[in-house]
Design a protein around this ligand. Structure first.
Ligand code: ADP
Length: 644
């Protein structure tokens, strides 16, 4: 079975139109084979009688089968069939077994001369009876095929080698082993040094278990990789398998889930049976929260029974196999908080490995990995790229590299250049440029003022994110955008939050101040600011009236529908949120009116050129008075390098 798994799945994909096809085919077959006219068998002697009376219009003699088929003349039908003509159908026939074709021929010659019958006679070879048998069976065969087909579909059995009705309970894990040509090693995983260190230990367990068990230690059974999507959890697990040179079963938590009760548990059993056969090996369960969610939370319905059974089976299996059996389970999730506590206890997933979004250095390394296969020229600098992509995950970076290569190819270039990477980043952050979107002069003016408002404030406020560029070219859903380089802060102070809110409100403030009318273009900004202000009051305890209170429940369990505060506090929260936003809006307007001239120049340049960069802003307002956090870190690094 595992060997089969490695084969690419060539089966044609299921399509609902197939059903229609099959039904139509069956109808055709029924039409062709279905006899709606009467067909009567008749003895040879009786036939001879009738034949003499010239009741037959036509006779077809089948030599091979020694039968003949006779069509009765219109007026004589009642006589021959002895029933109503209505019941006979369009062309009622009589089938007769004849002694032999020769005998028939003699008989016919005789009646032709003696009784002057005028029946037409034709002789045919005639099909085999077997063929007839087959034809009559065909509808049944088709029905059975259809049934099997539907059952296979229902069990998803087309995947892997488990393609029949009885394999619903088989695990759908995909197996990667030595025969797989593409092996992933730690070299393909950039950054994540702490996580790598942890999993390296697992590799060494797998390669050399004796070293650990000799001293009485037990090999861990599993590790849970926790982190946001696209940060390389699957990659890491594959690299472990590649390094340890052991088979690797990969499946997703949702693969256990099926519409039949008991299937999940049976699949878990099957997976572990397969794994034990292949031990030492690694089983990787992606998105384990699909089955591993805490049990018994949904009291209102019984629908989760199946999932609970699956989880129970998983827990039992993880306990069940001896720790020396060499099966190590790696699981990935981005919601470790919702997992069942029993799954996390020591002896099951003993270790939790946190895989975070990459920081600046890690992003540089990841770029290094993904630039390897790409033809770049000397204008591309991984350091610069890493700086331009804060908050990107490893998967995003892989996407940037690919997208850049595509853009360069589309422009007929021989090498991928820096600007291609920049376009790729822009595209991934903001969506596709839509120059075809029609905007009037008035709308453009409003957008330019709005964006210039953001740009001015973020330049003048100490803690606002440093600006990269501002554009009024529509992109994705946005009509214009200011691009910042978010600071990758570990903690954020109140001043930083307020400055950010002020800069975000700058768009609306500029519209009001310089155009005298506000527009819906700011709704996105307002949403962000409102959320941030709310978070400041309710989660960070940063407001004056409600200091040091946090109404967030990080366990997600206790406060369901009730609020943990009184109506008065709710009112107070509303007031505080409104006050914070009002204050920042006033502040934004104050600063903008102070620097009105600079803002207006910026808006005009923007209208003229559509895109402006931080250098242009610097030319208008002068050098920024504050250095950003990343610059500060760089300086620190340089200083320590010098002293060393
Ligand atoms: P997930 O954490 O969601 O399982 P994956 O492991 O599937 O993420 O990562 C998706 C892709 O992103 C990988 O195939 C790889 O190309 C890229 N990637 C993610 N993290 C890294 C990394 N640290 N180094 C190199 N590539 C990475």
């Amino acid at each position: 079975m595992p060997a089969k798994n490695n084969k690419p799945n060539k089966s044609v994909r299921f399509n609902i139109y197939w059903m229609y096809g099959v039904v139509i085919l069956m109808l055709i077959v029924l039409l062709l084979t279905g006899e709606n006219s009467m067909n009567k068998e008749m003895a040879w002697t009786e036939f001879q009688q009738f034949a003499q009376e010239n009741v037959f219009e036509k006779l077809v003699v089948y030599n091979r089968r020694n039968t003949l088929e006779a069509t009765v003349r219109e007026g004589k039908r009642e006589l021959v069939f002895k029933t109503d003509t209505a019941k006979l159908g369009k062309e009622p026939k009589v089938t007769v077994k004849i002694p032999s074709a020769d005998k028939f021929s003699d008989f016919y010659d005789k009646i032709e001369t003696e009784h002057h019958v005028t029946t037409r006679v034709t002789y045919e070879e005639g099909e085999d009876t077997l063929w007839n048998l087959f034809l009559s069976m065909l509808p049944f065969v088709l029905f059975i095929l259809l049934f099997v087909f539907i059952m296979r579909r229902m069990s998803g059995g087309a995947g892997g080698g488990s393609g029949n009705v009885f394999s619903v309970g088989k695990s759908k894990a995909q197996l990667f082993d030595k025969n797989n040509d593409k092996k992933i090693t730690f070299r393909d995983v950039a950054g994540l040094s702490e996580a790598k260190q942890e999993v390296e230990e697992i590799v060494s367990f797998l390669k050399n278990p004796a070293r650990y068990t000799e001293l009485g230690g037990k090999i861990p059974k599993g590790a849970l990789l926790v982190g946001p999507p696209g940060t390389g959890k699957t990659l890491l697990a594959k690299a472990v398998a590649g390094e340890a040179d052991v088979p690797f079963f990969s499946l997703s938590g949702s693969d256990f889930v099926e519409m039949f009760v008991g299937v999940g548990a049976s699949r878990v059993r099957d997976l572990f049976r397969q794994a034990k056969d292949k031990a030492p090996c690694i089983v990787f369960i992606d998105e384990i929260d699909a089955v591993g969610r805490a049990r018994g939370k949904n009291l209102n319905m019984n629908s989760n029974d199946e999932r609970e059974n699956t989880l129970n089976q998983l827990l039992t299996e993880m306990d069940g196999f001896g720790s020396n059996s060499g099966v190590i389970i790696l699981a990935a999730t981005n919601r470790a908080d919702v997992l069942d506590k029993a799954l996390l206890r020591a002896g099951r997933f003993d270790r939790q490995i946190h895989v975070e979004l990459p920081d600046l250095n890690e992003r540089r390394e990841i770029f290094g990995v993904h630039l390897r296969p790409i033809k770049i020229d000397e204008s591309v600098d991984t350091e610069f790229l890493a700086r331009q992509t804060p908050g990107f995950s490893g998967a995003d970076i892989a996407n940037v590299c690919n997208e850049a290569a595509l853009i360069a190819a589309r422009n007929g270039k021989k090498f991928v250049q820096k600007e291609d990477f920049m376009s790729a980043v822009d595209r991934i952050v903001g969506g596709l440029e839509k120059r075809s979107k029609i905007t009037t002069a008035g709308e453009r003016n409003s957008i330019a003022n709005h964006e210039a408002g953001h740009a001015t404030l973020s330049w003048l406020l100490e803690y606002a994110n440093p600006l990269v560029k501002v554009t009024i070219v529509p992109r994705g859903k946005a009509l214009g955008a200011a691009w910042y380089l978010p600071e990758e802060r570990q903690i954020t102070t109140r001043e930083q939050l307020l400055d950010e809110m002020c800069a975000t409100l700058g768009g609306r403030a500029a519209e009001e101040l310089f155009l005298g009318k506000i527009s819906t273009g700011a709704s996105n900004d307002l949403e962000r600011v409102t959320k941030q202000a709310y978070a400041m009051v309710v989660f960070f305890g940063m407001s004056e009236k409600l200091p040091n209170l946090n109404y967030y429940d990080s366990t997600g369990q206790d406060w369901g529908f009730t609020k943990p505060y009184s109506e008065e506090t709710a009112k107070l929260i509303d007031h505080e949120v409104q006050r914070i936003i009002r204050e920042q809006y006033e502040r934004a307007k104050r600063i903008l009116s102070e620097y009105a001239q600079g803002h207006n120049t910026l808006a005009n340049v923007l209208l003229e050129r559509e895109v402006i960069y931080s250098e242009d802003v610097e030319r208008i307002f002068g050098k920024r008075a504050w250095i950003s956090r990343s610059e500060e870190i760089l300086e620190q690094q340089e200083q320590t390098a010098k002293t060393e």
